[in-house]
Design a protein around this ligand. Structure first.
Ligand code: UDP
Length: 482
Protein backbone atom coordinates (compact mmCIF):
# COMPACT_ATOMS: atom_id res chain seq x y z
CA UNK A 1 0.00 0.00 0.00
CA UNK A 2 1.32 3.42 -0.89
CA UNK A 3 2.01 5.81 1.98
CA UNK A 4 2.10 8.82 -0.30
CA UNK A 5 -0.93 10.62 -1.62
CA UNK A 6 -0.76 12.65 -4.82
CA UNK A 7 -2.96 15.75 -4.83
CA UNK A 8 -4.90 16.61 -7.93
CA UNK A 9 -3.88 20.04 -9.23
CA UNK A 10 -5.53 22.23 -11.81
CA UNK A 11 -3.83 24.71 -14.13
CA UNK A 12 -4.34 28.42 -13.98
CA UNK A 13 -2.89 31.15 -16.17
CA UNK A 14 -0.97 34.08 -14.71
CA UNK A 15 -2.98 36.36 -17.02
CA UNK A 16 -5.76 36.63 -14.46
CA UNK A 17 -3.42 38.79 -12.35
CA UNK A 18 -3.84 41.66 -14.79
CA UNK A 19 -6.67 43.02 -12.66
CA UNK A 20 -4.60 43.18 -9.48
CA UNK A 21 -0.98 43.96 -10.43
CA UNK A 22 0.51 46.54 -12.78
CA UNK A 23 1.03 45.79 -16.50
CA UNK A 24 4.77 46.09 -16.02
CA UNK A 25 4.80 43.59 -13.20
CA UNK A 26 2.70 41.11 -15.13
CA UNK A 27 4.94 41.38 -18.22
CA UNK A 28 7.96 40.66 -16.06
CA UNK A 29 6.22 37.66 -14.52
CA UNK A 30 5.36 36.26 -17.95
CA UNK A 31 8.98 36.62 -19.08
CA UNK A 32 10.20 34.73 -16.02
CA UNK A 33 7.50 32.11 -16.64
CA UNK A 34 8.85 31.49 -20.15
CA UNK A 35 12.36 31.06 -18.80
CA UNK A 36 11.37 28.66 -16.03
CA UNK A 37 9.27 26.57 -18.44
CA UNK A 38 12.32 26.08 -20.63
CA UNK A 39 14.57 25.38 -17.68
CA UNK A 40 12.17 22.78 -16.26
CA UNK A 41 11.41 21.07 -19.57
CA UNK A 42 11.44 17.30 -19.03
CA UNK A 43 11.81 17.74 -15.26
CA UNK A 44 9.24 17.56 -12.48
CA UNK A 45 8.88 20.03 -9.60
CA UNK A 46 7.78 17.93 -6.62
CA UNK A 47 6.32 19.49 -3.48
CA UNK A 48 6.07 17.30 -0.41
CA UNK A 49 4.26 18.13 2.82
CA UNK A 50 2.17 16.35 5.40
CA UNK A 51 -1.36 17.65 4.98
CA UNK A 52 -3.64 18.46 2.09
CA UNK A 53 -5.96 20.65 4.08
CA UNK A 54 -5.81 22.91 7.11
CA UNK A 55 -3.06 25.35 7.85
CA UNK A 56 -1.05 27.81 5.85
CA UNK A 57 1.26 25.46 3.94
CA UNK A 58 -1.55 23.49 2.33
CA UNK A 59 -3.25 26.76 1.54
CA UNK A 60 -0.23 28.14 -0.30
CA UNK A 61 0.62 24.94 -2.16
CA UNK A 62 -2.90 24.68 -3.45
CA UNK A 63 -2.68 28.12 -5.01
CA UNK A 64 0.97 28.45 -6.09
CA UNK A 65 1.10 25.08 -7.79
CA UNK A 66 -1.86 25.76 -10.03
CA UNK A 67 -0.05 28.80 -11.49
CA UNK A 68 3.18 26.84 -11.74
CA UNK A 69 1.35 24.21 -13.78
CA UNK A 70 -0.35 26.99 -15.72
CA UNK A 71 3.01 28.29 -16.97
CA UNK A 72 3.84 24.82 -18.25
CA UNK A 73 5.97 23.39 -15.43
CA UNK A 74 5.13 19.82 -14.38
CA UNK A 75 4.50 20.65 -10.71
CA UNK A 76 3.19 17.88 -8.45
CA UNK A 77 2.12 17.72 -4.84
CA UNK A 78 2.65 14.69 -2.63
CA UNK A 79 1.30 14.34 0.92
CA UNK A 80 3.10 11.92 3.23
CA UNK A 81 1.11 9.76 5.64
CA UNK A 82 2.22 9.10 9.19
CA UNK A 83 1.06 7.35 12.33
CA UNK A 84 -0.48 9.37 15.18
CA UNK A 85 2.82 8.92 17.04
CA UNK A 86 4.79 10.35 14.09
CA UNK A 87 2.50 13.41 14.00
CA UNK A 88 2.69 13.80 17.76
CA UNK A 89 6.48 14.00 17.46
CA UNK A 90 6.39 16.41 14.51
CA UNK A 91 3.87 18.61 16.36
CA UNK A 92 6.28 18.62 19.32
CA UNK A 93 9.00 19.76 16.89
CA UNK A 94 6.67 22.37 15.46
CA UNK A 95 6.12 23.89 18.90
CA UNK A 96 9.81 23.74 19.75
CA UNK A 97 10.73 25.59 16.54
CA UNK A 98 8.35 28.31 17.70
CA UNK A 99 10.19 28.32 21.05
CA UNK A 100 7.53 26.61 23.13
CA UNK A 101 7.49 23.24 24.86
CA UNK A 102 4.23 21.86 23.45
CA UNK A 103 3.37 18.70 25.38
CA UNK A 104 6.84 18.82 26.96
CA UNK A 105 7.68 15.30 25.78
CA UNK A 106 11.16 14.06 24.85
CA UNK A 107 12.81 14.57 21.52
CA UNK A 108 15.36 11.83 22.00
CA UNK A 109 16.56 8.65 20.33
CA UNK A 110 13.21 6.85 20.61
CA UNK A 111 11.45 9.74 18.86
CA UNK A 112 14.17 9.91 16.24
CA UNK A 113 13.68 6.20 15.52
CA UNK A 114 9.94 6.67 14.95
CA UNK A 115 10.54 9.77 12.83
CA UNK A 116 13.14 8.02 10.69
CA UNK A 117 11.16 4.80 10.29
CA UNK A 118 8.23 6.71 8.77
CA UNK A 119 10.41 8.84 6.52
CA UNK A 120 12.63 5.94 5.51
CA UNK A 121 9.55 4.15 4.18
CA UNK A 122 8.16 7.26 2.46
CA UNK A 123 11.61 8.26 1.19
CA UNK A 124 12.08 4.90 -0.53
CA UNK A 125 8.67 5.22 -2.20
CA UNK A 126 9.31 8.76 -3.32
CA UNK A 127 12.82 8.01 -4.55
CA UNK A 128 11.30 5.41 -6.84
CA UNK A 129 9.09 8.08 -8.44
CA UNK A 130 11.60 10.89 -9.01
CA UNK A 131 14.24 11.16 -11.71
CA UNK A 132 17.69 12.74 -11.57
CA UNK A 133 17.38 16.46 -12.30
CA UNK A 134 13.89 16.78 -10.83
CA UNK A 135 13.49 19.54 -8.25
CA UNK A 136 12.02 18.54 -4.88
CA UNK A 137 10.69 21.09 -2.44
CA UNK A 138 10.23 19.59 1.02
CA UNK A 139 8.05 21.54 3.42
CA UNK A 140 8.52 21.79 7.18
CA UNK A 141 10.04 19.43 9.76
CA UNK A 142 7.62 16.63 8.91
CA UNK A 143 9.44 16.03 5.61
CA UNK A 144 13.06 17.15 6.04
CA UNK A 145 14.12 13.61 6.93
CA UNK A 146 13.27 12.55 3.37
CA UNK A 147 16.27 14.57 2.19
CA UNK A 148 19.00 11.89 2.15
CA UNK A 149 16.93 9.44 0.04
CA UNK A 150 16.02 12.15 -2.46
CA UNK A 151 19.59 13.41 -2.77
CA UNK A 152 20.77 9.87 -3.47
CA UNK A 153 18.14 9.74 -6.21
CA UNK A 154 19.87 12.69 -7.91
CA UNK A 155 17.27 15.39 -7.36
CA UNK A 156 17.88 19.09 -6.71
CA UNK A 157 16.64 19.52 -3.19
CA UNK A 158 15.17 22.53 -1.38
CA UNK A 159 13.86 22.46 2.18
CA UNK A 160 11.41 25.16 3.11
CA UNK A 161 10.78 25.74 6.78
CA UNK A 162 7.62 27.79 7.26
CA UNK A 163 8.08 28.27 10.98
CA UNK A 164 10.64 29.86 13.24
CA UNK A 165 11.14 31.77 16.46
CA UNK A 166 11.88 35.44 16.95
CA UNK A 167 14.27 34.52 19.79
CA UNK A 168 16.33 31.39 20.27
CA UNK A 169 15.64 29.55 23.54
CA UNK A 170 16.25 26.02 24.79
CA UNK A 171 13.25 24.63 22.91
CA UNK A 172 14.41 26.13 19.63
CA UNK A 173 17.88 24.64 20.19
CA UNK A 174 16.32 21.26 20.98
CA UNK A 175 14.36 21.27 17.73
CA UNK A 176 17.36 22.23 15.61
CA UNK A 177 19.52 19.60 17.34
CA UNK A 178 16.93 17.03 16.34
CA UNK A 179 16.81 18.25 12.73
CA UNK A 180 20.53 18.97 12.29
CA UNK A 181 21.57 15.55 10.89
CA UNK A 182 19.13 15.94 7.98
CA UNK A 183 20.23 19.46 7.06
CA UNK A 184 23.90 18.95 6.30
CA UNK A 185 23.61 17.77 2.71
CA UNK A 186 20.68 19.93 1.66
CA UNK A 187 21.85 22.48 -0.92
CA UNK A 188 19.13 25.13 -0.43
CA UNK A 189 16.90 26.35 2.36
CA UNK A 190 13.98 28.75 2.31
CA UNK A 191 12.74 30.63 5.37
CA UNK A 192 9.90 33.10 5.78
CA UNK A 193 12.02 35.64 7.69
CA UNK A 194 15.72 36.41 8.05
CA UNK A 195 15.44 35.95 11.84
CA UNK A 196 14.34 32.33 11.31
CA UNK A 197 17.56 31.18 9.60
CA UNK A 198 19.19 29.01 12.29
CA UNK A 199 22.91 28.85 12.92
CA UNK A 200 22.75 25.21 11.74
CA UNK A 201 21.97 26.33 8.19
CA UNK A 202 24.63 27.88 6.05
CA UNK A 203 23.35 31.41 5.43
CA UNK A 204 24.83 31.27 1.94
CA UNK A 205 22.44 28.43 1.15
CA UNK A 206 19.41 30.18 2.64
CA UNK A 207 16.88 32.40 0.91
CA UNK A 208 14.10 34.41 2.49
CA UNK A 209 10.78 34.11 0.65
CA UNK A 210 7.77 35.60 2.33
CA UNK A 211 4.51 33.72 1.97
CA UNK A 212 1.67 35.02 -0.16
CA UNK A 213 -2.02 34.57 -0.82
CA UNK A 214 -4.00 33.90 -3.96
CA UNK A 215 -6.35 36.80 -4.66
CA UNK A 216 -8.56 34.55 -6.83
CA UNK A 217 -8.90 31.46 -4.67
CA UNK A 218 -12.16 30.54 -2.97
CA UNK A 219 -10.61 31.90 0.22
CA UNK A 220 -9.83 35.35 -1.10
CA UNK A 221 -11.88 36.17 -4.17
CA UNK A 222 -14.29 39.09 -3.96
CA UNK A 223 -17.78 38.20 -2.69
CA UNK A 224 -20.80 40.47 -2.88
CA UNK A 225 -22.89 41.17 0.22
CA UNK A 226 -25.72 38.86 -0.84
CA UNK A 227 -23.32 35.95 -1.17
CA UNK A 228 -21.61 36.70 2.15
CA UNK A 229 -24.95 36.87 3.88
CA UNK A 230 -26.34 33.73 2.28
CA UNK A 231 -23.24 31.71 3.12
CA UNK A 232 -23.19 32.90 6.73
CA UNK A 233 -26.91 32.39 7.28
CA UNK A 234 -26.84 28.97 5.66
CA UNK A 235 -23.91 27.76 7.75
CA UNK A 236 -25.58 29.04 10.92
CA UNK A 237 -23.03 31.77 11.66
CA UNK A 238 -25.48 34.65 11.23
CA UNK A 239 -29.23 34.80 11.76
CA UNK A 240 -31.87 35.71 9.24
CA UNK A 241 -33.57 34.63 6.06
CA UNK A 242 -30.99 34.09 3.33
CA UNK A 243 -31.44 36.75 0.64
CA UNK A 244 -31.30 34.34 -2.29
CA UNK A 245 -30.79 30.60 -2.62
CA UNK A 246 -28.70 31.15 -5.76
CA UNK A 247 -26.01 32.73 -3.61
CA UNK A 248 -25.13 29.41 -1.96
CA UNK A 249 -23.28 28.69 -5.11
CA UNK A 250 -19.65 29.35 -5.90
CA UNK A 251 -17.41 28.59 -8.81
CA UNK A 252 -14.80 25.95 -8.13
CA UNK A 253 -11.21 26.47 -9.18
CA UNK A 254 -11.70 24.04 -12.05
CA UNK A 255 -14.69 26.08 -13.25
CA UNK A 256 -17.37 23.65 -12.08
CA UNK A 257 -20.19 24.86 -9.83
CA UNK A 258 -19.96 24.29 -6.07
CA UNK A 259 -22.49 24.83 -3.30
CA UNK A 260 -22.14 25.64 0.34
CA UNK A 261 -24.11 22.65 1.68
CA UNK A 262 -22.69 21.84 5.10
CA UNK A 263 -23.47 23.78 8.23
CA UNK A 264 -20.96 24.78 10.86
CA UNK A 265 -21.23 23.19 14.31
CA UNK A 266 -21.66 26.28 16.45
CA UNK A 267 -21.63 26.30 20.22
CA UNK A 268 -23.57 29.25 21.57
CA UNK A 269 -26.02 30.14 24.30
CA UNK A 270 -28.74 31.98 22.42
CA UNK A 271 -29.37 32.91 18.85
CA UNK A 272 -26.85 33.56 16.09
CA UNK A 273 -25.78 37.21 15.72
CA UNK A 274 -27.91 39.29 13.39
CA UNK A 275 -26.49 40.52 10.08
CA UNK A 276 -26.15 44.00 11.62
CA UNK A 277 -24.14 42.83 14.68
CA UNK A 278 -20.49 43.86 14.39
CA UNK A 279 -18.40 40.71 14.69
CA UNK A 280 -14.94 40.33 16.13
CA UNK A 281 -13.51 37.25 14.44
CA UNK A 282 -10.48 35.01 14.82
CA UNK A 283 -10.19 32.11 12.37
CA UNK A 284 -7.32 29.70 13.01
CA UNK A 285 -6.45 26.10 13.60
CA UNK A 286 -7.26 25.09 17.21
CA UNK A 287 -3.71 25.44 18.38
CA UNK A 288 -2.51 26.74 21.77
CA UNK A 289 -0.19 29.20 20.00
CA UNK A 290 -3.21 30.96 18.46
CA UNK A 291 -4.32 31.90 22.02
CA UNK A 292 -8.07 31.50 21.51
CA UNK A 293 -8.39 31.66 25.31
CA UNK A 294 -6.74 35.07 25.38
CA UNK A 295 -8.97 36.33 22.55
CA UNK A 296 -12.04 35.17 24.46
CA UNK A 297 -11.08 36.46 27.91
CA UNK A 298 -9.91 39.83 26.55
CA UNK A 299 -13.20 40.21 24.70
CA UNK A 300 -15.11 39.12 27.82
CA UNK A 301 -13.41 41.87 29.83
CA UNK A 302 -14.76 44.61 27.58
CA UNK A 303 -18.28 43.27 27.17
CA UNK A 304 -19.01 42.89 30.84
CA UNK A 305 -22.22 44.86 30.70
CA UNK A 306 -22.65 46.18 27.18
CA UNK A 307 -20.28 45.35 24.33
CA UNK A 308 -18.77 48.36 22.60
CA UNK A 309 -20.85 48.95 19.51
CA UNK A 310 -22.84 45.83 20.56
CA UNK A 311 -20.11 43.60 19.16
CA UNK A 312 -20.03 39.82 19.44
CA UNK A 313 -17.13 37.41 19.11
CA UNK A 314 -16.79 34.45 16.74
CA UNK A 315 -13.94 32.02 17.34
CA UNK A 316 -13.75 29.76 14.31
CA UNK A 317 -11.57 26.86 13.30
CA UNK A 318 -11.73 23.64 11.36
CA UNK A 319 -13.92 20.84 12.57
CA UNK A 320 -11.57 19.15 14.99
CA UNK A 321 -11.67 15.79 13.33
CA UNK A 322 -10.61 17.27 9.99
CA UNK A 323 -6.92 18.19 10.31
CA UNK A 324 -4.98 14.94 10.49
CA UNK A 325 -1.45 16.24 11.05
CA UNK A 326 -2.63 18.35 14.01
CA UNK A 327 -3.37 15.96 16.86
CA UNK A 328 -3.92 18.77 19.38
CA UNK A 329 -6.98 20.32 17.74
CA UNK A 330 -9.58 18.46 19.74
CA UNK A 331 -7.93 19.09 23.12
CA UNK A 332 -7.48 22.79 22.40
CA UNK A 333 -11.07 23.16 21.28
CA UNK A 334 -12.25 21.32 24.42
CA UNK A 335 -10.23 23.70 26.58
CA UNK A 336 -11.77 26.75 24.86
CA UNK A 337 -15.20 25.18 25.22
CA UNK A 338 -14.67 24.57 28.96
CA UNK A 339 -13.48 28.14 29.48
CA UNK A 340 -16.51 29.43 27.55
CA UNK A 341 -18.86 27.37 29.76
CA UNK A 342 -17.32 28.95 32.85
CA UNK A 343 -18.24 32.49 31.69
CA UNK A 344 -21.39 34.20 32.98
CA UNK A 345 -24.40 33.85 30.66
CA UNK A 346 -24.46 37.58 29.95
CA UNK A 347 -21.01 37.30 28.34
CA UNK A 348 -21.33 33.82 26.92
CA UNK A 349 -24.30 34.82 24.79
CA UNK A 350 -22.03 37.20 22.87
CA UNK A 351 -19.41 34.55 22.10
CA UNK A 352 -19.83 31.86 19.44
CA UNK A 353 -17.50 28.87 18.99
CA UNK A 354 -17.68 27.67 15.40
CA UNK A 355 -16.37 24.41 13.98
CA UNK A 356 -16.30 24.91 10.23
CA UNK A 357 -16.96 21.96 7.91
CA UNK A 358 -13.82 20.68 6.20
CA UNK A 359 -15.14 17.86 4.00
CA UNK A 360 -14.93 20.11 0.94
CA UNK A 361 -11.85 22.37 0.92
CA UNK A 362 -13.37 24.99 -1.39
CA UNK A 363 -16.60 25.08 0.58
CA UNK A 364 -14.57 25.60 3.77
CA UNK A 365 -12.58 28.35 2.06
CA UNK A 366 -15.77 30.08 0.89
CA UNK A 367 -17.12 30.07 4.45
CA UNK A 368 -13.84 31.47 5.83
CA UNK A 369 -13.88 34.10 3.07
CA UNK A 370 -17.43 35.18 3.94
CA UNK A 371 -16.69 35.25 7.67
CA UNK A 372 -13.51 37.30 7.29
CA UNK A 373 -15.26 39.75 4.93
CA UNK A 374 -18.18 40.16 7.32
CA UNK A 375 -15.96 40.82 10.36
CA UNK A 376 -15.93 44.32 11.87
CA UNK A 377 -12.49 43.50 13.30
CA UNK A 378 -10.28 40.49 12.58
CA UNK A 379 -8.08 39.42 15.47
CA UNK A 380 -4.97 37.26 15.30
CA UNK A 381 -3.71 37.09 18.83
CA UNK A 382 -1.00 34.48 18.24
CA UNK A 383 1.65 33.92 20.89
CA UNK A 384 4.03 32.84 18.12
CA UNK A 385 3.47 32.83 14.41
CA UNK A 386 5.52 31.68 11.44
CA UNK A 387 3.93 34.16 9.08
CA UNK A 388 0.21 34.33 9.71
CA UNK A 389 -1.73 33.90 6.46
CA UNK A 390 -4.98 34.66 8.23
CA UNK A 391 -3.63 38.18 8.72
CA UNK A 392 -2.79 38.55 5.02
CA UNK A 393 -6.21 37.19 4.06
CA UNK A 394 -8.06 39.65 6.28
CA UNK A 395 -5.88 42.56 5.13
CA UNK A 396 -6.63 41.72 1.51
CA UNK A 397 -10.33 41.94 2.42
CA UNK A 398 -9.69 45.46 3.70
CA UNK A 399 -10.50 44.48 7.27
CA UNK A 400 -8.98 46.27 10.25
CA UNK A 401 -6.69 43.63 11.76
CA UNK A 402 -5.64 43.58 15.39
CA UNK A 403 -2.72 41.21 15.79
CA UNK A 404 0.25 40.50 18.00
CA UNK A 405 3.68 41.72 16.95
CA UNK A 406 5.12 38.22 16.57
CA UNK A 407 6.84 36.43 13.70
CA UNK A 408 5.80 37.33 10.19
CA UNK A 409 2.83 39.38 11.38
CA UNK A 410 5.38 42.15 12.02
CA UNK A 411 6.36 42.08 8.35
CA UNK A 412 2.77 42.48 7.26
CA UNK A 413 1.17 45.12 9.46
CA UNK A 414 2.69 48.56 9.85
CA UNK A 415 1.34 49.51 13.25
CA UNK A 416 -1.31 52.22 13.09
CA UNK A 417 -1.13 52.36 9.29
CA UNK A 418 -2.29 49.04 7.86
CA UNK A 419 -3.55 47.46 11.08
CA UNK A 420 -2.81 47.46 14.79
CA UNK A 421 0.05 45.54 16.39
CA UNK A 422 -0.01 44.44 20.01
CA UNK A 423 3.44 44.67 21.57
CA UNK A 424 3.09 41.99 24.22
CA UNK A 425 1.27 38.87 23.00
CA UNK A 426 0.34 37.86 26.56
CA UNK A 427 -0.99 41.23 27.67
CA UNK A 428 -4.76 40.80 27.57
CA UNK A 429 -5.36 44.34 28.75
CA UNK A 430 -3.40 45.83 25.87
CA UNK A 431 -5.47 43.67 23.52
CA UNK A 432 -8.79 44.54 25.17
CA UNK A 433 -8.07 48.28 25.08
CA UNK A 434 -6.99 48.21 21.43
CA UNK A 435 -10.06 46.15 20.50
CA UNK A 436 -12.39 48.57 22.23
CA UNK A 437 -10.76 51.52 20.44
CA UNK A 438 -11.16 49.86 17.06
CA UNK A 439 -14.80 48.98 17.67
CA UNK A 440 -15.59 52.48 18.79
CA UNK A 441 -13.90 54.22 15.87
CA UNK A 442 -15.25 52.84 12.58
CA UNK A 443 -13.65 55.63 10.56
CA UNK A 444 -10.19 54.63 11.77
CA UNK A 445 -11.07 50.97 11.22
CA UNK A 446 -12.02 51.73 7.62
CA UNK A 447 -8.81 53.65 6.97
CA UNK A 448 -6.66 50.83 8.41
CA UNK A 449 -8.52 48.29 6.30
CA UNK A 450 -8.00 50.20 3.06
CA UNK A 451 -4.29 50.62 3.71
CA UNK A 452 -4.09 46.91 4.55
CA UNK A 453 -5.45 45.88 1.16
CA UNK A 454 -2.87 48.05 -0.63
CA UNK A 455 -0.09 46.60 1.48
CA UNK A 456 -1.04 43.07 0.42
CA UNK A 457 -1.37 44.12 -3.22
CA UNK A 458 2.16 45.45 -3.12
CA UNK A 459 3.94 42.74 -1.14
CA UNK A 460 1.98 39.55 -0.54
CA UNK A 461 0.38 38.30 -3.74
CA UNK A 462 1.49 35.06 -5.37
CA UNK A 463 3.17 36.61 -8.43
CA UNK A 464 6.12 37.85 -6.39
CA UNK A 465 6.37 34.47 -4.68
CA UNK A 466 6.55 32.56 -7.96
CA UNK A 467 9.29 34.84 -9.28
CA UNK A 468 11.38 34.18 -6.18
CA UNK A 469 11.00 30.41 -6.59
CA UNK A 470 12.00 30.67 -10.25
CA UNK A 471 15.16 32.59 -9.31
CA UNK A 472 16.00 30.03 -6.63
CA UNK A 473 15.74 27.10 -9.05
CA UNK A 474 17.93 28.99 -11.52
CA UNK A 475 20.57 29.51 -8.81
CA UNK A 476 20.44 25.84 -7.79
CA UNK A 477 21.01 24.76 -11.37
CA UNK A 478 23.92 27.16 -11.72
CA UNK A 479 25.48 25.87 -8.50
CA UNK A 480 25.04 22.26 -9.63
CA UNK A 481 26.71 23.03 -12.96
CA UNK A 482 29.80 24.52 -11.29
N1 UDP B 1 -7.98 27.99 7.81
C1 UDP B 1 -9.04 27.44 7.09
N2 UDP B 1 -10.11 26.96 7.75
C2 UDP B 1 -10.20 27.01 9.10
C3 UDP B 1 -9.11 27.59 9.85
C4 UDP B 1 -8.02 28.05 9.16
O1 UDP B 1 -9.01 27.41 5.87
O2 UDP B 1 -11.20 26.55 9.68
C5 UDP B 1 -6.85 28.52 7.04
C6 UDP B 1 -6.68 30.02 7.16
O3 UDP B 1 -7.64 30.70 6.37
C7 UDP B 1 -5.26 30.16 6.66
C8 UDP B 1 -4.60 28.89 7.19
O4 UDP B 1 -5.64 27.97 7.49
O5 UDP B 1 -5.21 30.16 5.26
C9 UDP B 1 -3.80 29.15 8.45
O6 UDP B 1 -2.58 29.67 8.09
P1 UDP B 1 -1.72 30.55 9.08
O7 UDP B 1 -0.46 30.93 8.37
O8 UDP B 1 -2.54 31.68 9.61
O9 UDP B 1 -1.43 29.61 10.32
P2 UDP B 1 -0.92 28.08 10.44
O10 UDP B 1 -2.16 27.27 10.55
O11 UDP B 1 -0.11 27.77 9.22
O12 UDP B 1 -0.14 28.07 11.72
Amino acid sequence: MSHLKGRHLIEQSLDRFDSVVSRKELRRALRVADAIRERMAGRVLWNVNSTAVGGGVAEMLQSLLRYTRGVGVDARWIVIQGSPEFFRITKRLHHALHGSAGDGSDLGEKERRIYEETLHRDGAELAACVRPGDVVLLHDPQTVGLGPALLRAGTSLIWRCHIGADHVNEEVELAWDFLAPYLQEIPAFVFSREAYVPSYCDHGKSTVIRPSIDAFSAKNRDLDDDTIRTVLVHTGLVEGPPPSPAHHEFEREDGSPGRVEHRADVIRLGRPPTWETPLVVQVSRWDPLKDFLGVMHGFASIVDGEAPAKAQLVLAGPNVTGVTDDPEGEAVFDEVHRAWRALPDSIRDKIHLALLPTADVEENATIVNALQRHAAVVVQKSLHEGFGLTVTEAMWKARPVLATAVGGIQDQIEDGVSGVLLKDPRDREEYATALRRLLEDPVRALRLGEAARERVREHFLGVRHLLQYARLIERLDEAAAR
